[in-house]
Design a protein around this ligand. Structure first.
Ligand code: GLC
Length: 546
């Protein structure tokens, strides 16, 4: 093993777990999750095999956008605990070998942030230029990210008679990164959290952050926003060489490459692979691996050390905005036919298991793929036990219900009265009576035990995180066959999107294959292709043995 190649690239073989402190575990009994509750659950995450915890925004907030509207970038919302409680979580995580990254939401602030309060008080305020102001909305209609609530991205401010830009809700005024003072503030925020011990940031809405088109040309002081991202990355690297920027960039691959810093890198360390995620759903809907295969083949080559983060679901709607209208309708028809399951005309506010009608074969195949595809697997809390959504909860919050720990009251999440919870626990067949950690923990057939197995196998299969990736011709439209080669090793993975069993013929070298998930060896023929069988929705991870 070439240790020198990998020892400082921890993120390439990490297991990322995303959670919102507010919905994970309430220890103080007030109905809201808190840092003390999370501290008590660090060993659960360690046992699952998580190596990187991504904390969704925990900063003081009026809660207009579930914490993505921040009033103090240095603070901890009092309902979640104190800095002391947070540091305790960092220490416990560190002790278990778990790194922590935090959400960096600096495209905008809350409209109640002191900067904005000052900025809107007068055109002469020293904070005025922290935000983007115009006398009139510039020509060209830009659609707001939240089209159900907002008709545009410019809001008139009565007192000072100008319009401010907001790519998201009007309560989230966009910061002006062309202003050097704002860039200094952002650097200080990074510096603060790095000093406290975090290993990097999940950078929110990066294309919006770098989009300076709204700024009056006369005030444009930043010719190349990518140059700024590059300097932010090197600043972070100087402060903490092992830290990462994991960016949210939902754009075509060629644009994503730019956010990595082009072929030479130097900007984001990792980016979520939205295209692979969206085409995975198209493949699932069609029971045909080809849309996914084509997307994987279209991935650009990444700069050294950079990596994709792969995900099946996250805290937002399952966006399908990069599919064609027809393709999106196909996925809607398969996985969210009712209007109440859809959001913003582009996505689904559902979790995976209900979309797959709870079929354990398909659910496991998808999670197997999450861990077997090249890229860093990223889990959203509750996925490991197969939680479902609560469609009675508004908007995106349908997938942000309390973590289900036990079959007891409030799913063991809180001892408070039900009405005090941040969102009602998911009812029905995906409710705590059927889906909870406690009952799955010791059940060898549970999803939780299965996911633990995937995590362990992924963590001991370096080819996945570090290897050269290639798609193999499976000869069967339903089956994705791919290989990863690293050092002397080669692992071949097979995933069957179709309910029909399949036989895949592949010209494999070696004397046998070792099935990494079952431990069973299968000899390879001396001549001719190997014939590998797969059940309907089956999957296999095979190491070639010399
Ligand atoms: C990102 C977050 C989303 C939030 C938005 C505005 O897209 O994932 O939850 O609403 O940014 O901060």
């Amino acid at each position: 093993m070439k240790i020198t190649d990998t020892s400082d690239l921890w993120w390439r073989s990490a297991v990322v777990y995303c959670l919102d402190v507010e919905t994970f575990m309430d220890w103080t009994g007030d109905g809201k999750g808190d840092f003390v509750g999370l501290a008590h659950r660090i060993d659960y995450l360690a046992q699952l095999g998580v190596t990187c915890l991504w904390l969704m925004p925990f900063y003081p907030t009026p809660g207009r956008d579930d914490g993505y509207d921040i009033t103090d970038f240095y603070g901890v919302d009092p309902s979640l605990g104190t800095h002391g409680d947070l540091v305790e979580v960092l220490r416990l995580a560190d002790d278990r070998g778990i790194r922590v990254i935090v959400d960096l939401v600096v495209n905008h602030t809350s409209d109640q942030h002191p900067w904005f309060t000052a900025a809107r008080s007068s055109r002469e305020s020293p904070f005025r230029d922290y935000y983007v102001w115009r006398d009139a909305p510039p020509p060209g209609h830009e659609e707001n990210v939240f089209p159900d609530k907002e008709t545009g991205v410019w809001q008139r401010d009565e007192k000072t008679g100008q319009y401010y830009q907001h790519s998201f809700y009007r309560q989230q005024p966009d910061l002006n990164i062309t202003n050097p003072a704002v860039r200094d503030e952002i650097a200080k925020i990074l510096g603060f959290w790095l000093q406290l011990g975090v290993s990097g940031f999940r950078v929110d809405a990066v294309p919006f952050l770098l989009d300076t088109a709204g700024v009056d040309a006369a005030r444009q002081l930043l010719p190349d926003p990518h140059e700024y991202l590059r300097s932010l990355r090197s600043f972070m690297g100087r402060r903490s060489g092992q830290s990462i920027l994991l960016g949210e960039v939902n754009l075509p691959y060629e644009d994503q490459l730019e956010f990595f810093g082009g072929p030479d890198g130097g900007e984001l360390t990792m980016q979520f692979d939205f295209l692979t995620m969206q085409h995975l759903y198209l493949s699932l809907a069609r029971q045909d691996a080809r849309p996914l295969v084509q997307t994987l083949l279209a991935r650009p080559e990444l700069p050294d050390g950079a990596q994709w983060a792969i995900f099946v679901r996250n805290h937002d709607e399952l966006t399908l905005d990069k599919l064609s209208d027809d393709e999106r309708q196909e996925v809607f028809a398969a996985f969210g036919p009712e209007p109440g399951m859809q959001l913003y005309g582009r996505g689904l506010r559902r979790r995976l298991p209900p979309m797959l009608d709870g079929d354990p074969r398909r659910i496991r195949m998808v999670y197997s793929l999450l861990f077997a595809l090249p890229g860093t697997p990223t889990l959203f809390y509750g996925e490991e036990i197969g939680m479902g959504e609560n469609l009675a909860v508004e908007g995106r919050s349908a997938v942000r219900t309390p973590m289900q720990w036990t079959a007891g009251a409030n799913a063991g999440f809180s001892t408070a009265a039900e009405r005090k919870l941040p969102a009602p626990v998911t009812p029905g067949g995906y409710g705590p009576a059927f889906v909870n950690v406690e009952s799955q923990d010791h059940d060898p057939d549970s999803l939780l035990v299965f996911v633990r197995k995937l995590v362990q196998t992924y963590r001991t299969t370096f080819e996945i995180g570090f290897g050269a990736f290639g798609v193999l011709d499976s000869g069967t439209p339903g089956v994705l066959a791919h290989e990863m080669r690293w050092d002397e090793g080669c692992v071949v993975a097979l995933h069957n999107f179709s309910p029909e069993s399949a036989e895949v013929r592949l010209p494999l070298e070696g004397s046998a294959v070792l099935d990494l998930l079952t431990g069973i060896r299968e000899p390879l023929p001396e001549k001719g292709p190997a014939v590998l069988s797969l059940e309907g929705y089956g999957f296999r991870w095979l190491r070639l043995l010399a």
